[in-house]
Ligand binder design. Structure first.
Ligand code: UDP
Ligand code: MG
Length: 306
């Protein structure tokens, strides 16, 4: 069976459209399937539309979160509760075309555990989003030892083996495409052109994107922590030469000014470096704290999954 995980945040207009496209594409694989809708605290009618679908079709499952927990957590809930031997993750807004499913599926059957969809082009996205995404992946590639494929999102089909491994990972900061790159197995991809959203607006605000980027970097790299140490060393070395120079001009050249400005510059500079260092350490500590607090990742209000 193929499980399809569909995170939903204010997608009332897109749900019926996507449902038709999905079921049609899935039928061509000749496999049984289930659709798992995770309602991530939508403020529109998404939930009642999903529930109606679930009443009519036994293959429709839904999970209703008690509030908005975020896209990555919604997908994680789907991974927890899905039953299929193959699992497909897809956005609800039509940007990930369901028509690609047969290709993804047959590639998986060629003997891969992960087949992700790689974007040829992206339509209908703001320039800001394109630029920030591009830089984010460049920085990720430099900072981390895992190879997160470029130009991919979470649109992919994965084997049960991968799902079981991901579900075993206890961390609360979910950056699924990074975790999936990390688990290994045989991975491949299929190219596609990314469409515009069918209806509505993006649920990924700049704030949510920034969170995702910080989770991605801190989950897979200790480099930011090391930046604090490195800049500390650089400052110390510069400071040492400054002391030598000051003493030299004071006692040998006897040419000096009461050094108010240089003092200020130094204090401000060192202060800045220290704050950066503390901030970076804080980022990691807050994540450690999230994990030892051990709160549930999400709260289910209502579901028809067993
Ligand atoms: N989404 C979600 N929770 C959120 C934001 C988004 O479940 O807090 C869902 C949304 O309904 C969609 C998918 O995640 O199915 C991708 O979101 P969106 O299209 O808004 O992001 P973008 O494509 O602009 O990156
Ligand atoms: Mg989208």
């Amino acid at each position: 069976m193929i499980s399809v995980i569909i995170p939903i945040f204010n997608e009332e207009k897109n749900i019926p459209l996507l449902f038709d496209r999905l079921t049609q594409a899935l039928k061509t694989t000749n496999q049984s399937f289930e659709l798992i809708y995770i309602n991530d605290g939508s403020k529109d009618n998404s939930l009642s539309i999903i529930k109606n679908l679930a009443e009519v079709h036994s293959f429709v499952k839904f999970i209703n979160f008690s509030r908005n927990f975020g896209h990555q957590i919604a997908v994680s809930a789907g991974l927890d509760l899905c039953k299929g031997s193959e699992v497909l993750i897809i956005d609800a807004d039509g940007q990930d075309p369901p028509e690609l499913i047969p290709q993804l599926y047959s590639k998986l059957k060629e003997g891969f555990e992960i087949v992700y969809a790689k974007r040829n082009s992206r339509k209908g996205e703001s320039i800001l989003k394109l630029i920030t995404a591009k830089w984010f992946y460049k920085i990720m590639a430099r900072l981390t030892s895992i190879d997160i494929p470029l130009d991919t999102g979470d649109f992919r089909i994965i084997h049960r083996k991968v799902v079981d491994q991901i579900n075993k990972m206890p961390e609360k900061q979910k950056f699924l495409r990074g975790q999936m790159a990390w688990v290994g197995f045989r991975q491949s991809f299929v190219m596609y052109d990314r469409d515009e959203r069918m209806n509505g607006n993006t649920g990924y605000t700049f704030r949510k994107m920034f969170r995702l980027a910080m989770d991605g970097i801190t989950s897979f790299s200790n480099f930011p922590l090391r930046v604090a140490t490195i800049s500390g060393f650089v400052c110390a070395i510069l400071g040492f030469f400054l002391i030598v120079y000051t003493l030299y001009s004071r006692y040998v050249l006897k040419d000096y000014e009461p050094g108010w400005s240089s003092l200020m510059i130094t204090i401000v500079f060192i202060g800045g470096i220290q704050l950066i260092g503390i901030g970076i350490i804080g980022e990691y500590i807050s994540r450690i704290y999230d994990n030892i607090r051990n709160r549930p990742l999400y709260i289910v209000d209502e579901t028809n999954c067993e």
